[in-house]
Design a protein around this ligand. Structure first.
Ligand code: S3P
Length: 450
C-alpha cells in the first residue's frame, strides 16, 4: 500500500504558543516487531496501542499473506493468530511494502529462511534503498535472491529447506540488519550469533526474549554486543502494549522548544536508551525538558516529556550517539536553526540511505528557508540564530520526517514554510496535522493558506 498518489502540499505558519497534554501514536519499531513475532508464535497474541500507519499496515498485510490471521477488534486491540515458525505459506501475490524500510528488511529475514518464494515491491523511495545489507547474510544462510542490480527492490527470495545458522558481524550500525539476521536465525537449527560493534535499538532482542526464545546478549573483550539466539524455538503468544513513539514525539517537542511561550507535555513516550539521543542532545543545547512519571511496561521504560520554550545554544553531537537518534537529525537541524551558534553533527553516513538522502534534503530545506548550513559527505553543520527564517518551499522526496521537520520550522520562523507533499506523513504519523492543531499549531493545506 502506498500513500495517496496525489501530493498534498501543506503550509505551516508562525502563530500561537503550543500548549497542552498530548499522546503521539505507537512506536513504529515496536509495532512492526509485535505483529511479526506474533505471526511466528503458536496461538493468539494481542497488541494494544499499535501504530496504524501505512508502514505498519503493510507489515500486517505481509503477515496475512504468509498465513497469519490478523484482526482489529471493536475496542482497537489487534489480535494475531500466529502460524508458527517453519509453517509459513507461500504468498499468492507480490508483497508491496510501500515506503517501509523496516517492514521489508525484517520481513526478508522471516521469509528468506523459509522454503517459499516471495516477491517484494515498494514505492519509488523504497526502490532506491539498499537491500544488499540484509540479502548478503541471507545468502550465507542459503537463501536464493533474484534482484535488480545493486540489490534493490523489486526482488524475490526463496529460502532453503534448512537454513544454516550464521555468525555475523553487522557491517553498518543498523537495527534492521541485526533484526533481519536474528529473525532468519529463528528458523535455522543451531545458534545464530550477531556481533554488533555499535549498539542500536534492541527491541528485537527484548521482544524475542519476551516470546520465550533462548537469546542472550553479552559484551566481548572488544566491548561489542554479542547476541546468541538458539534457533527453532516455539514462540509463545504475548499480550503487548505499544508505547508512544519517541521519534514522533520529537516533532511536537522541538516545535514547543522553539515557539515562544510554549509549555507542552507529551505523555506515554518510549524511553529506551537506544532511542533517546535527541532528548539528551536538546538538553545539552539548554532545552527545558523534564521527564516525568517514569514507569515500565513490557520491559520498556516510558514517561511523560514536559517541554517549555527555551533559548538554545549550538553543540557538537558526538558521532557515537547517532544510532540512538538516527531518525531525529532532520528535526534536530530545525532546533539548531534557532540555537545561538553552530551545531555540528558528524557521523551521518546512514542518513544518505534513509527514506530520502536526508543529509541533502535537510541542507536544501534549510537553505530554502534562509538558514545557513554546511553539508559534508557524512556531516552537517547548522549555523543558527539568524533572522528571517522561513518563506521557502521544501521538497520532501517521499520522506515523512522531512515533511514534519520543515512544518515544525514554519511554526517558529518569521514567515510560513511549505512542503510539497504532506501526504507522506501517513507513513509514520497518522493524525499529525490534527494533533498539532490541538496544541495550537497552524498547519493547513497550501490551497487553504493561499
Ligand atoms: C529501525 C532502524 C533504523 C531506523 C528506522 C527503524 C528499526 O534503521 O532508522 O526508522 O525499527 O529497526 P537502520 O536499521 O537502517 O538504522
Amino acid at each position: 500500500m502506498s500513500h495517496a498518489s496525489s501530493p498534498q502540499p501543506l503550509t505551516a505558519s508562525p502563530g500561537k504558543p503550543l500548549k497542552g497534554r498530548i499522546r503521539v501514536p505507537g512506536d513504529k519499531s515496536i509495532s512492526h516487531r509485535s505483529i511479526m513475532l506474533s505471526a511466528l508464535a503458536v496461538g493468539r497474541s494481542t497488541v494494544r496501542g499499535i501504530l496504524e500507519s501505512e508502514d505498519v499496515l503493510n507489515t500486517i498485510a505481509a503477515m496475512r499473506a504468509v498465513g497469519a490471521r490478523v484482526e482489529k477488534a471493536a475496542d482497537g486491540t489487534w489480535t494475531v493468530d500466529g502460524i508458527g515458525l517453519g509453517s509459513l505459506l507461500e504468498p499468492e501475490s507480490v508483497i508491496d511494502f510501500g515506503n517501509a524500510g523496516t517492514g521489508v528488511r525484517l520481513a526478508l529475514g522471516i521469509v528468506g529462511s523459509h522454503p517459499i518464494a516471495t516477491t517484494f515491491v515498494g514505492d519509488a523511495s523504497l526502490s532506491r534503498r539498499p537491500m544488499g545489507r540484509v540479502l548478503d547474510p541471507l545468502r550465507m544462510m542459503g537463501t536464493q535472491v533474484v534482484a535488480r542490480a545493486g540489490d534493490r527492490l523489486p526482488l524475490s527470495v526463496r529460502g532453503p529447506e534448512t537454513p544454516s545458522p550464521l555468525t555475523y558481524r553487522v557491517p553498518v550500525a543498523s537495527a534492521q540488519v541485526k533484526s533481519a539476521v536474528l529473525l532468519a536465525g529463528l528458523n535455522a537449527p543451531g545458534v545464530t550469533t550477531v556481533i554488533e560493534p555499535v549498539p542500536t535499538r534492541d527491541h528485537t532482542e527484548k521482544m524475542l526474549k519476551g516470546f520465550g526464545a533462548d537469546i542472550t546478549v553479552d559484551l566481548n573483550d572488544a566491548g561489542e554486543r554479542v547476541i546468541r539466539l538458539v534457533g527453532q524455538p516455539t514462540l509463545k503468544p504475548q499480550d503487548i502494549t505499544v508505547p508512544g513513539d519517541p521519534s514522533s514525539a520529537a516533532f511536537p517537542v522541538v516545535a514547543a522548544l522553539i515557539t515562544p511561550g510554549s509549555d507542552l507535555v507529551v505523555e506515554n513516550v518510549l524511553l529506551n536508551e537506544h532511542r533517546t539521543g535527541l532528548f539528551t542532545t536538546l538538553k545539552e543545547m539548554g532545552a527545558d525538558i523534564e521527564i516525568e512519571n517514569i514507569r515500565e511496561t513490557g520491559g520498556e521504560e516510558i514517561g511523560d516529556i514536559h517541554v517549555r520554550h527555551s533559548k538554545l545554544a549550538g553543540v557538537t553531537v558526538p558521532a557515537e550517539r547517532a544510532p540512538s537518534m538516527i531518525d531525529e537529525y532532520p528535526v534536530l537541524a530545525v532546533a539548531a536553526s534557532f540555537a545561538k551558534g553552530e551545531t555540528h553533527m558528524p557521523g551521518l553516513d546512514e542518513l544518505r540511505v534513509k527514506e530520502s538522502d536526508r543529509l541533502a534534503a535537510v541542507a536544501r530545506g534549510l537553505e530554502a528557508n534562509g538558514v545557513p548550513c554546511r553539508e559534508g559527505e557524512a556531516e552537517l553543520t547548522v549555523i543558527g540564530g539568524g533572522s528571517r527564517i522561513g518563506g521557502g518551499t521544501v521538497t520532501t522526496h517521499l520522506d515523512h520526517r522531512i515533511a514534519m521537520s520543515f512544518l515544525v520550522l514554519g511554526l517558529a520562523g518569521e514567515k510560513p514554510v511549505s512542503v510539497d507533499d504532506g501526504a507522506v506523513i501517513a507513513t509514520s504519523f497518522p493524525g499529525f496535522r490534527e494533533l498539532m492543531a490541538q496544541i495550537g499549531a497552524d498547519i493547513s493545506s497550501s490551497k487553504e493558506a493561499a
